[in-house]
Design a protein around this ligand. Structure first.
Ligand SMILES: NC(=O)c1ccc[n+]([C@@H]2O[C@H](COP(=O)([O-])OP(=O)(O)OC[C@H]3O[C@@H](n4cnc5c(N)ncnc54)[C@H](O)[C@@H]3O)[C@@H](O)[C@H]2O)c1
Length: 257
Protein backbone atom coordinates (compact mmCIF):
# COMPACT_ATOMS: atom_id res chain seq x y z
CA UNK A 1 0.00 0.00 0.00
CA UNK A 2 1.08 3.58 -0.60
CA UNK A 3 2.74 5.16 2.39
CA UNK A 4 2.22 8.88 2.73
CA UNK A 5 5.08 10.87 4.18
CA UNK A 6 3.43 12.23 7.31
CA UNK A 7 6.64 12.85 9.27
CA UNK A 8 6.21 15.77 11.66
CA UNK A 9 2.41 15.68 11.35
CA UNK A 10 0.11 15.24 14.32
CA UNK A 11 -3.24 13.48 13.96
CA UNK A 12 -6.12 13.05 16.38
CA UNK A 13 -8.24 9.95 15.80
CA UNK A 14 -11.48 9.80 17.78
CA UNK A 15 -12.76 6.32 18.52
CA UNK A 16 -9.11 5.42 18.03
CA UNK A 17 -9.33 2.18 20.00
CA UNK A 18 -11.97 0.65 17.75
CA UNK A 19 -11.42 -1.50 14.68
CA UNK A 20 -11.33 1.28 12.08
CA UNK A 21 -9.68 3.81 14.41
CA UNK A 22 -6.77 1.47 15.15
CA UNK A 23 -6.23 0.83 11.44
CA UNK A 24 -6.20 4.57 10.76
CA UNK A 25 -3.72 5.03 13.62
CA UNK A 26 -1.46 2.27 12.24
CA UNK A 27 -1.46 3.90 8.80
CA UNK A 28 -0.64 7.35 10.18
CA UNK A 29 2.13 5.92 12.39
CA UNK A 30 3.57 4.04 9.40
CA UNK A 31 3.79 7.38 7.60
CA UNK A 32 5.72 8.89 10.51
CA UNK A 33 2.90 10.96 12.07
CA UNK A 34 2.34 11.27 15.81
CA UNK A 35 -1.15 10.10 16.78
CA UNK A 36 -3.44 10.92 19.67
CA UNK A 37 -6.22 8.41 20.26
CA UNK A 38 -9.33 10.02 21.74
CA UNK A 39 -11.62 7.30 22.98
CA UNK A 40 -14.17 6.92 25.73
CA UNK A 41 -12.60 3.55 26.50
CA UNK A 42 -8.98 4.79 26.61
CA UNK A 43 -6.74 4.45 29.63
CA UNK A 44 -3.65 6.54 30.26
CA UNK A 45 -1.45 4.22 28.19
CA UNK A 46 -1.70 3.73 24.46
CA UNK A 47 -2.11 0.08 23.44
CA UNK A 48 1.27 -1.68 23.18
CA UNK A 49 0.73 -2.76 19.57
CA UNK A 50 0.31 0.85 18.47
CA UNK A 51 2.99 2.26 20.82
CA UNK A 52 5.44 -0.15 19.16
CA UNK A 53 4.84 1.62 15.84
CA UNK A 54 5.66 5.20 16.85
CA UNK A 55 4.66 8.26 18.83
CA UNK A 56 1.15 7.64 20.10
CA UNK A 57 -0.86 9.03 23.02
CA UNK A 58 -4.16 7.87 24.48
CA UNK A 59 -6.69 10.26 25.96
CA UNK A 60 -9.89 9.26 27.67
CA UNK A 61 -12.39 11.48 25.88
CA UNK A 62 -16.14 11.49 25.52
CA UNK A 63 -16.66 13.32 22.23
CA UNK A 64 -20.12 14.46 23.37
CA UNK A 65 -18.59 16.43 26.26
CA UNK A 66 -16.99 19.75 25.20
CA UNK A 67 -14.97 19.99 28.44
CA UNK A 68 -13.51 16.52 27.93
CA UNK A 69 -12.61 17.38 24.31
CA UNK A 70 -11.04 20.71 25.29
CA UNK A 71 -8.94 19.06 28.01
CA UNK A 72 -7.64 16.40 25.60
CA UNK A 73 -6.78 19.01 22.99
CA UNK A 74 -4.84 21.03 25.58
CA UNK A 75 -2.83 17.94 26.47
CA UNK A 76 -2.11 17.24 22.81
CA UNK A 77 -1.00 20.80 22.14
CA UNK A 78 1.27 20.62 25.21
CA UNK A 79 2.68 17.28 24.08
CA UNK A 80 2.95 17.77 20.32
CA UNK A 81 2.73 21.54 19.79
CA UNK A 82 0.15 21.50 17.01
CA UNK A 83 -2.52 19.43 15.25
CA UNK A 84 -2.58 18.75 11.49
CA UNK A 85 -5.40 16.26 11.18
CA UNK A 86 -8.61 15.36 12.96
CA UNK A 87 -10.39 12.12 12.11
CA UNK A 88 -13.90 12.09 13.55
CA UNK A 89 -14.30 8.34 13.72
CA UNK A 90 -15.97 7.70 17.10
CA UNK A 91 -19.40 6.22 16.54
CA UNK A 92 -22.07 3.93 17.86
CA UNK A 93 -24.66 1.84 16.05
CA UNK A 94 -27.57 2.32 18.42
CA UNK A 95 -30.78 0.35 18.31
CA UNK A 96 -31.50 -2.03 15.43
CA UNK A 97 -35.26 -1.59 15.41
CA UNK A 98 -38.01 0.05 13.38
CA UNK A 99 -38.01 3.84 13.72
CA UNK A 100 -41.29 3.83 15.63
CA UNK A 101 -39.91 1.36 18.17
CA UNK A 102 -36.67 3.28 18.69
CA UNK A 103 -36.66 5.03 22.07
CA UNK A 104 -36.24 8.79 21.77
CA UNK A 105 -33.34 8.77 24.24
CA UNK A 106 -31.50 6.16 22.20
CA UNK A 107 -32.08 8.12 18.99
CA UNK A 108 -30.73 11.27 20.64
CA UNK A 109 -27.67 9.43 22.01
CA UNK A 110 -26.70 8.15 18.55
CA UNK A 111 -26.97 11.64 17.06
CA UNK A 112 -25.06 13.03 20.01
CA UNK A 113 -22.07 10.70 19.53
CA UNK A 114 -21.98 10.36 15.74
CA UNK A 115 -22.93 13.89 14.71
CA UNK A 116 -22.72 16.36 17.60
CA UNK A 117 -19.47 14.70 18.74
CA UNK A 118 -17.85 15.47 15.38
CA UNK A 119 -19.21 19.03 15.55
CA UNK A 120 -17.72 19.48 19.04
CA UNK A 121 -14.32 18.03 18.10
CA UNK A 122 -14.09 20.11 14.92
CA UNK A 123 -15.17 23.19 16.88
CA UNK A 124 -12.30 22.66 19.29
CA UNK A 125 -9.60 21.70 16.80
CA UNK A 126 -10.25 24.17 13.96
CA UNK A 127 -9.19 27.28 15.96
CA UNK A 128 -5.94 25.51 16.90
CA UNK A 129 -5.32 24.66 13.24
CA UNK A 130 -6.11 28.22 12.13
CA UNK A 131 -3.78 29.69 14.77
CA UNK A 132 -0.83 28.09 13.00
CA UNK A 133 0.59 29.72 9.84
CA UNK A 134 -0.35 27.93 6.62
CA UNK A 135 2.26 26.04 4.62
CA UNK A 136 2.64 26.63 0.91
CA UNK A 137 1.59 23.54 -1.04
CA UNK A 138 1.74 24.09 -4.79
CA UNK A 139 1.19 27.82 -4.34
CA UNK A 140 -1.88 27.37 -2.12
CA UNK A 141 -2.18 27.58 1.67
CA UNK A 142 -2.33 24.24 3.46
CA UNK A 143 -2.92 23.70 7.15
CA UNK A 144 -4.29 20.20 7.38
CA UNK A 145 -7.40 18.11 7.18
CA UNK A 146 -10.53 16.88 8.88
CA UNK A 147 -12.03 13.55 7.88
CA UNK A 148 -15.42 12.45 9.11
CA UNK A 149 -16.14 8.73 9.07
CA UNK A 150 -19.71 8.49 7.82
CA UNK A 151 -21.37 5.41 6.33
CA UNK A 152 -23.11 4.36 3.16
CA UNK A 153 -26.23 4.09 5.32
CA UNK A 154 -26.20 7.88 5.58
CA UNK A 155 -26.69 8.11 1.82
CA UNK A 156 -29.25 5.36 1.38
CA UNK A 157 -31.01 5.11 4.70
CA UNK A 158 -31.24 1.65 6.23
CA UNK A 159 -34.34 -0.05 7.59
CA UNK A 160 -34.08 -0.61 11.35
CA UNK A 161 -31.24 1.91 11.72
CA UNK A 162 -32.97 5.30 11.69
CA UNK A 163 -30.74 7.02 14.23
CA UNK A 164 -27.51 5.68 12.73
CA UNK A 165 -28.51 6.54 9.15
CA UNK A 166 -29.75 10.01 10.10
CA UNK A 167 -26.60 10.72 12.10
CA UNK A 168 -24.36 9.78 9.17
CA UNK A 169 -26.43 11.83 6.70
CA UNK A 170 -26.04 14.77 9.07
CA UNK A 171 -22.31 14.13 9.27
CA UNK A 172 -22.08 14.39 5.48
CA UNK A 173 -23.89 17.75 5.56
CA UNK A 174 -21.58 18.94 8.34
CA UNK A 175 -18.62 17.87 6.18
CA UNK A 176 -19.85 19.88 3.20
CA UNK A 177 -20.53 22.90 5.40
CA UNK A 178 -17.12 22.87 7.09
CA UNK A 179 -15.51 22.28 3.70
CA UNK A 180 -17.07 25.48 2.38
CA UNK A 181 -16.28 27.46 5.55
CA UNK A 182 -12.60 26.47 5.54
CA UNK A 183 -11.99 26.27 1.79
CA UNK A 184 -9.65 29.26 1.63
CA UNK A 185 -7.89 28.46 4.91
CA UNK A 186 -6.12 25.36 3.63
CA UNK A 187 -8.07 22.92 5.79
CA UNK A 188 -9.54 20.15 3.66
CA UNK A 189 -12.72 18.69 5.14
CA UNK A 190 -14.01 15.44 3.70
CA UNK A 191 -15.94 12.35 4.68
CA UNK A 192 -15.62 8.68 3.86
CA UNK A 193 -18.72 6.53 3.50
CA UNK A 194 -17.72 2.90 3.99
CA UNK A 195 -19.93 -0.13 3.57
CA UNK A 196 -19.70 -2.72 6.35
CA UNK A 197 -16.30 -3.67 7.82
CA UNK A 198 -15.46 -6.50 10.22
CA UNK A 199 -15.24 -4.70 13.55
CA UNK A 200 -16.93 -4.87 16.93
CA UNK A 201 -19.72 -2.76 15.45
CA UNK A 202 -20.45 -5.30 12.70
CA UNK A 203 -20.61 -8.06 15.31
CA UNK A 204 -23.66 -6.40 16.88
CA UNK A 205 -25.91 -7.44 13.98
CA UNK A 206 -27.68 -10.74 13.40
CA UNK A 207 -26.42 -13.25 10.77
CA UNK A 208 -29.55 -12.55 8.68
CA UNK A 209 -28.95 -8.78 8.64
CA UNK A 210 -25.29 -9.36 7.91
CA UNK A 211 -26.17 -11.52 4.89
CA UNK A 212 -28.60 -8.84 3.72
CA UNK A 213 -25.89 -6.15 3.98
CA UNK A 214 -23.36 -8.35 2.15
CA UNK A 215 -25.85 -9.00 -0.65
CA UNK A 216 -26.02 -5.24 -1.33
CA UNK A 217 -22.26 -4.91 -1.96
CA UNK A 218 -21.51 -5.61 -5.65
CA UNK A 219 -17.89 -6.70 -5.05
CA UNK A 220 -19.27 -9.36 -2.72
CA UNK A 221 -17.27 -8.73 0.43
CA UNK A 222 -16.92 -6.29 3.31
CA UNK A 223 -14.40 -3.45 3.08
CA UNK A 224 -11.22 -4.00 5.10
CA UNK A 225 -10.21 -1.56 7.80
CA UNK A 226 -6.91 -1.09 5.95
CA UNK A 227 -8.77 0.01 2.81
CA UNK A 228 -10.62 2.62 4.86
CA UNK A 229 -7.40 3.76 6.53
CA UNK A 230 -5.65 4.18 3.15
CA UNK A 231 -8.41 6.51 1.94
CA UNK A 232 -8.30 8.52 5.16
CA UNK A 233 -4.51 8.83 4.91
CA UNK A 234 -4.78 10.26 1.40
CA UNK A 235 -7.46 12.72 2.51
CA UNK A 236 -5.14 13.81 5.36
CA UNK A 237 -2.04 14.12 3.18
CA UNK A 238 -0.99 17.32 1.39
CA UNK A 239 -1.60 15.38 -1.87
CA UNK A 240 -5.26 16.09 -1.16
CA UNK A 241 -4.95 19.83 -1.63
CA UNK A 242 -8.03 20.63 -3.74
CA UNK A 243 -10.66 18.05 -2.82
CA UNK A 244 -12.80 19.36 0.02
CA UNK A 245 -16.41 19.09 1.17
CA UNK A 246 -16.85 15.74 -0.50
CA UNK A 247 -17.85 12.22 0.48
CA UNK A 248 -15.59 9.41 -0.71
CA UNK A 249 -17.55 6.17 -1.03
CA UNK A 250 -15.87 2.94 0.04
CA UNK A 251 -18.88 0.87 -0.82
CA UNK A 252 -17.65 -1.83 -3.20
CA UNK A 253 -19.92 -0.44 -5.90
CA UNK A 254 -23.00 -0.10 -3.68
CA UNK A 255 -23.24 3.69 -3.77
CA UNK A 256 -25.05 5.06 -6.78
CA UNK A 257 -24.57 8.76 -6.11
N1 LIG B 1 -17.80 -1.29 11.08
C1 LIG B 1 -18.58 -0.92 10.07
O1 LIG B 1 -19.20 -1.74 9.40
C2 LIG B 1 -18.69 0.55 9.71
C3 LIG B 1 -19.16 0.89 8.43
C4 LIG B 1 -19.26 2.23 8.08
C5 LIG B 1 -18.90 3.20 8.99
N2 LIG B 1 -18.46 2.85 10.23
C6 LIG B 1 -18.10 3.92 11.16
O2 LIG B 1 -16.73 3.82 11.48
C7 LIG B 1 -16.49 4.38 12.77
C8 LIG B 1 -15.68 3.40 13.61
O3 LIG B 1 -16.45 2.23 13.77
P1 LIG B 1 -15.81 0.80 14.13
O4 LIG B 1 -16.42 -0.17 13.19
O5 LIG B 1 -14.34 0.87 14.25
O6 LIG B 1 -16.52 0.57 15.55
P2 LIG B 1 -15.90 0.15 16.95
O7 LIG B 1 -17.08 -0.11 17.81
O8 LIG B 1 -14.86 -0.91 16.77
O9 LIG B 1 -15.15 1.48 17.44
C9 LIG B 1 -15.82 2.65 17.85
C10 LIG B 1 -14.96 3.35 18.89
O10 LIG B 1 -15.59 4.58 19.25
C11 LIG B 1 -15.47 4.74 20.65
N3 LIG B 1 -16.54 5.61 21.14
C12 LIG B 1 -17.87 5.36 21.17
N4 LIG B 1 -18.52 6.40 21.72
C13 LIG B 1 -17.59 7.34 22.04
C14 LIG B 1 -17.65 8.61 22.64
N5 LIG B 1 -18.81 9.15 23.06
N6 LIG B 1 -16.49 9.30 22.80
C15 LIG B 1 -15.32 8.75 22.42
N7 LIG B 1 -15.20 7.54 21.87
C16 LIG B 1 -16.32 6.83 21.68
C17 LIG B 1 -15.58 3.33 21.23
O11 LIG B 1 -15.03 3.25 22.54
C18 LIG B 1 -14.82 2.51 20.19
O12 LIG B 1 -13.44 2.38 20.53
C19 LIG B 1 -17.87 4.69 13.36
O13 LIG B 1 -18.15 6.05 13.21
C20 LIG B 1 -18.81 3.86 12.50
O14 LIG B 1 -20.10 4.39 12.44
C21 LIG B 1 -18.33 1.54 10.60
Amino acid sequence: MTRYDLAGRVAIVTGGLGGIGRAIARTFLAGGAAVSLWDRAAGERAPDDLAALGDVAARQVDVTDPASVAAALRRDLDAFGHVDALVNNAGILGPVAPSWETPVDAFRRVLDVNLTGAFICAGAVVPAMLARPARDVGGAPYRGAIVNVASIQGKEGMARASAYSASKAGLMALTKTLGKELATDGIMVNAVAPAAAETAMAQQITPERRADILSRIPVGRFVTVEEIAAAVAWLCSPDCSFTTGTVLDLSGGRATY
